[in-house]
Design a protein around this ligand. Structure first.
Ligand code: 5GP
Ligand code: ZN
Length: 112
């Protein structure tokens, strides 16, 4: 399957990795929207939040256990935002489940 984030997870496309274990990987966004902008993904291909189910939700739980560790390592002690865009209306551009970690400056409060 031709998937950008599967290729990054497999190491076929280089990225600035900040965390990796057997199941998930986190790397810096190539077009950062904030001083810290990291993407956290499962290595297994899940297209979006719509693809989360009982069989794979443990991966999402694991991602959310690791996010605070990444935030702490990045020095985001004043807070950060976690975002996952799902589908066209949300502006999802890469169809592999990912969570943005954004921080390093005060973020606008708008949710849409
Ligand atoms: P989405 O728009 O799907 O929520 O987020 C996709 C994100 O992937 C965007 O913020 C975009 O900048 C990032 N991105 C796209 N291609 C690459 C790439 O090749 N490497 C990295 N590190 N980030 C990418
Ligand atoms: Zn994929």
């Amino acid at each position: 399957m031709d998937c950008l984030f599967c290729s990054i997870a497999a190491g076929e496309i280089p990225s600035a990795i900040v965390y990796e274990d057997a199941e998930i990987i986190a790397f810096r966004d190539i077009q950062p929207a904030a001083p810290t902008h990291i993407l956290v993904i499962p290595k297994a291909h899940i297209p979006s939040v719509d693809g989360v189910c009982a069989e794979n939700s443990r991966l999402v739980a694991h991602i959310f256990e690791v996010i605070p560790q990444i935030a702490a390592a990045e020095g985001l002690s004043n807070g950060y935002r976690v975002v996952s865009n799902c589908g066209p209306d949300a502006g999802q551009t890469v169809p592999h489940l990912h969570f943005h970690i954004l921080g390093g400056r005060p973020l606008r409060s708008e949710m849409c």
